[in-house]
Write a protein that binds this ligand. Sequence first.
Ligand code: SDX
Length: 428
Amino acid sequence: MSESAKLTLSGKEVELPLVKGTENEVGIDISKLRGQTGAITLDNGFGNTGSCSSAITYLDGEKGILRYRGYPIEQLCEHSNFLEASYLSIYGELPTLPQYKDWERNITHHTMIREDIKKYWDAWPHTAHPMATLSSVVSALSTFYEDSGDPWDPREVEIAIHRLIAKMPTIAAYAYKKSVGQPKVYPQNKLGYAANFLNMMFSMPTEDYEIDPIVEKALDQLFILHLDHEQNCSTSTVRIVGSSHANLFASVAAGVCALWGPLHGGANQQVLEMLEAIHAAGGNVDQFVARAKDKKDNFRLYGFGHRVYKNFDPRARIIKKTADQVLERLGVNDPLLEIAKKLEEVALSDPYFIERKLYPNVDFYSGILYKAMGFPTKFFTVLFAIGRLPGWIAHWKEMIESPATKIGRPRQIYTGATERPFVPISQR
Ligand code: SDX
């Protein structure tokens, strides 16, 4: 393959260098295009535009491949755990045992939040959406922990990383306890990451709480599967906010807000609500499939389709299998799971979905698992955020440490009014 692409514009030919990735992806470097031609490119939604080079995650949408730092997610789900996979994503290598023990101890040590932060929940209504409270508290961490806000001090960045990974489950659990009017439960340092979160969420001062190892393992696996997904909407948000040299807490809070959208992480909540609506309507999936195909109806089949995957989302495959296993082991017979399978079967045999390569994505089955574990629907996207956090951190760190990073500032094609003189209000 030649080392450059040629572009002819208004009779002038320019050469644009090619960039090749380790998986042989090819990018056309247009960083000098405007200077050479006066023209910019336009790509709504950036479906054809790379914002950066990255060594963190590789995915192949056609082949349904997803790897964190070269390790297939299937192997990480089988042999690793969320904290180890988080270390891998952020630092680039699987930890040695001493490194892992250090990492685990540092995170466990930071699971509590300052007592005065709890006062936020006194002000918020019990109906507050937990993604709103999560983004608020995460942003505020930069004021409560001022000794970990400097993006240029590696030690401060390291403490900020520990604090964020440690405190996200605590913040999420406190939001849940407020929503159900129960006392907040402190973290327990003797428990593992997923077990500690389950205990803070569901234990009560009135009785012993038994952590189900099946639920603990399934939740840890779900966190691994949500950990990173290269330049998705929320991760790109974290990178662009961080490119202004905003601190890690502020950048992650912005990522939480981007993830909340129903087209992105908020889809897992929408999927459950969609399945419940189908169930309430008698379980007839055909009318919902028809609505999803009707251009006049803005209803979409949530949990279907993906900007990159034009094949089955590999995460959806794993989650579907785990959902089957966990619901059976828990003795949960959820009609929504049967409806989801029926919906998948109908959609995948329908030309509309086949032509557009719309397959179940990560959000399609995850909600059924979360529901079986006892999480309320409104908290599903918070679970996505806990899983995605190490990915956001890894990308922010890669961005801030890269000498190639510039402040994110896209151009535009202006389509508004051309110059015109001001008209006094008396003459309008
Ligand atoms: C996540 O980017 C990531 O990596 C995201 C994520 C991650 O890990 O970070 O994987 C997590 O966000 C998964 C996606 C969760 N969202 C949903 O499930 C919401 C429902 N899906 C869509 O809205 C949609 O598929 C997107 C947003 C996910 C992707 O949209 P695209 O790639 O921009 O595709 P599009 O909107 O241009 O749609 C192409 C065609 C359109 O029809 P035509 O105009 O060609 O006739 O497909 C149709 C769309 O109307 N379409 C759907 C549909 N998704 C796309 N029609 C019905 N139901 C759907 N779900």
